[in-house]
Design a binder for this molecule. Structure first.
Ligand code: UFG
Length: 325
């Protein structure tokens, strides 16, 4: 096996820490670059660590000239759709301009393999479901736009500079490593599963259901939850594809199973054995009723298969982490 030097930008975040653990287990040498604006240094499972931002051109030049980097993986981004509407320049700045700066530095140093964390948010309001990669791209938030623009920039960079990339469009990342040592920790938390488990743990009184009048079987929104370690295994497959000479591609990453908000709450109740009081609230602006991925393309092209297919297993792994934090 090729032992690779992999720069993991945002390696101290939720998905980044799981990625680092898997890279080490696969025999690679990860180097984390993280500005710790939202990441957790204490959760980094290993490898080298450099504190800094992708806007810091001198630092990027220093990193790329001091060692041979085989692949860059880019997880560092702001991720709150609602916040991106309130404060768009934060998202266009870091998520888009910051990434342009990173790509520029890679091109200056002839580094040509890039794995990018994109999002289902590039599609906007679904026109059909499940969503495949040929669905129209009409993001409805600056967050989604920032991800789509990076994808467009990547296609142009391949044409102009030979920089090859794979963009992975995550649906709802969830769960935690089986070890219980790393997991999801956002501050403030806005994602459904961690919030529901905070209620189970007793650190939150109730969970609000944002909308009970959607055109879905139980009236609540349906999402496609994918285990974080299944996301990670797709990234490992993406690295292999880039080493084999794959060109720039974008893939959906989901389980292709729609789970409603009420089903998440029931599953969490069952897994934790604790009551989870619910308050029915108004719809959250901008939430599509149903977001489910068609993931056949990555299964066919990269031979990827999710290991965690049941929502119970996903929530159980998250509970193992949340119950002890
Ligand atoms: N929800 C509640 N109560 C809460 C929190 C969430 O009912 O307290 C609902 C939401 O309305 C939504 C579902 O639970 O229907 C899931 O919400 P999350 O905030 O956990 O996740 P989203 O589906 O909103 O967001 C995900 C990713 C984003 C990505 C987006 C694409 O986390 O990064 O999908 O639309 F941009």
């Amino acid at each position: 096996m090729n032992r690779l030097n992999i720069l993991v930008v945002g390696g101290c975040g939720y998905i980044g820490t799981h990625m680092i653990k898997a890279l080490i287990a696969s025999g690679h040498r990860p180097i984390t670059l993280d500005n710790l604006s939202t990441g957790h240094r204490d959760l980094l499972p290993g490898g080298d660590f450099i504190e800094g931002a992708i806007e810091n051109t001198a630092l990027l030049d220093k990193i790329f000239s001091s060692r041979r980097i085989d692949v860059v993986m880019h997880f560092a981004a702001f991720i709150e759709v609602g916040e991106s509407v309130q404060d768009p320049l934060k998202y266009y700045g870091n998520n888009f301009s910051g990434t342009a700066n990173l790509l520029n530095a890679m091109i200056r140093h002839d580094i040509e393999r890039f794995v990018f964390s994109s999002s289902a948010a590039v599609y906007g309001e679904p026109q059909y479901t499940p969503i495949d990669e040929s669905h129209p791209l009409n993001p409805t938030s600056p967050y989604g736009e920032s991800k789509l623009w990076v994808e467009k920039m990547l296609t142009a960079c391949e044409r102009a500079h030979g920089l090859r990339s794979i963009a992975l469009r995550y649906f709802n990342a969830a769960g935690a490593d089986e070890s219980g040592e790393i997991g999801e920790q956002h501050d403030p938390e806005s994602h459904l599963i961690p919030l529901v488990l905070e209620v189970a743990r007793g650190t939150r009184d109730h969970i609000k259901i944002f909308g009970v009048d959607y055109p879905t079987p139980d009236g609540t929104c349906i999402r496609d939850y994918i285990h974080v370690n299944d996301l990670v295994s797709a990234h490992l497959a993406a690295i292999d594809a880039l080493l084999d000479g794959a060109g720039s591609k974008a893939y959906n990453l989901g389980n292709s199973q729609g789970i409603s908000v009420r089903e998440i709450i029931e599953t969490a109740q069952h897994v934790s054995g604790r009551p989870i009081p619910v308050v029915e609230d108004l719809r959250r602006p901008g939430d599509p009723a149903v977001l489910v991925a068609a993931s056949a393309k990555i299964k066919n092209d990269l031979n990827w298969q999710p290991r965690f297919e049941s929502i119970e297993e996903i929530v159980r792994s998250a509970w193992k982490w949340h119950a002890k934090t």
